[in-house]
Design a protein around this ligand. Structure first.
Ligand code: MF3
Ligand code: CO
Length: 247
């Protein structure tokens, strides 16, 4: 069942999303060569807790940190630690906030210093794919209209879309129905209704769409070592179209 949020529930998600936005603002200012992903994690945990909220990922299915930091060929769920960011890396920072019973979830992928033309292009195309997907978050559209535009945009630039991981509904739980694949034909799946809240999260690779997990049992990487990029926003279906709560 896809839950429909009341206006007061939407307000609570907006508040979680506001803390998340401010946390990303801090993270964005810290990204530079030499910074460790563990330092970013400590900042996020303190920042979120000081907002009387909880870092949603910490302890989720045993996950050990407050954010995921996925570098270069890492797709998602990289565990922060002593690794130093290097000039030319791209790093996906995925964070979730839980406050007063409601979740918000978002991801930004940052360039570290100067990055290659290839990396820059991948960041741009993945962001555009998210924008196109969000534009389909409208009452009366089918869920897979989102999936389809994301895939079409990525593939028209020669990239591939990760199949093994999907977006999701969000609210009182971090992962609610429906699952939102980033690929597929348009016009399928449930019809979107005002009050639904969706986490749209394209994961796009320069090479093969296939992924595997490292021995830490969390980090997903591309099978061929190609670059991967991930952006995510929490978006509500409103009478006036998509409301991007995490911006
Ligand atoms: N943000 C991820 C998602 O969108 C969830 C991360 S799960 C964690 O589904 F355990 F790594 F935190
Ligand atoms: Co998510």
């Amino acid at each position: 069942m896809i839950t429909i949020k009341t206006e007061s529930e939407l307000d609570l998600i907006r508040k979680s999303a506001e803390i998340l936005r401010e946390c990303f603002h801090g993270i964005a200012g810290m990204i530079r060569p030499g910074m460790t992903t563990g330092e970013l994690d400590r900042f996020a945990e303190e920042f979120i807790r000081s907002g009387e909220a909880v870092p949603a990922f910490k302890g989720y299915m045993g996950y050990p940190a407050s954010l995921c930091a996925s570098v270069n060929e890492q797709v998602v769920h990289g565990i922060p630690g002593p690794r130093e960011l290097e000039e030319g890396d791209i790093v996906g920072i995925d964070m979730g906030v839980l406050r007063e019973g409601f979740y918000a979830d978002a991801t930004r992928t940052y360039p570290v210093g100067e990055v290659s033309e290839e990396a820059r292009r991948l960041l741009d195309v993945t962001w555009e794919a998210l924008e196109l997907g969000i534009d389909k978050v409208r009452a009366g559209n089918h869920l897979s209209d989102i999936s389809h535009v994301i895939q079409a945009h990525a593939e028209s630039h020669g990239y591939s879309v990760v199949r093994a991981l999907v977006g999701h509904g969000i609210g009182r739980r971090m992962h609610e129905e429906p699952q939102i694949p980033n690929f597929g034909p348009p016009g399928q799946g449930p019809v979107l209704k005002v009050g639904m809240v969706l986490a749209i999260e394209p994961m796009i690779n320069t090479g093969s769409h296939e992924v595997l997990t490292l021995k830490d049992n969390w980090t997903f990487v591309t099978v061929d070592g190609g670059l991967s990029c991930h952006f995510e926003d929490t978006v509500a279906v409103t009478d006036d179209g998509p409301e991007i709560m995490t911006r």
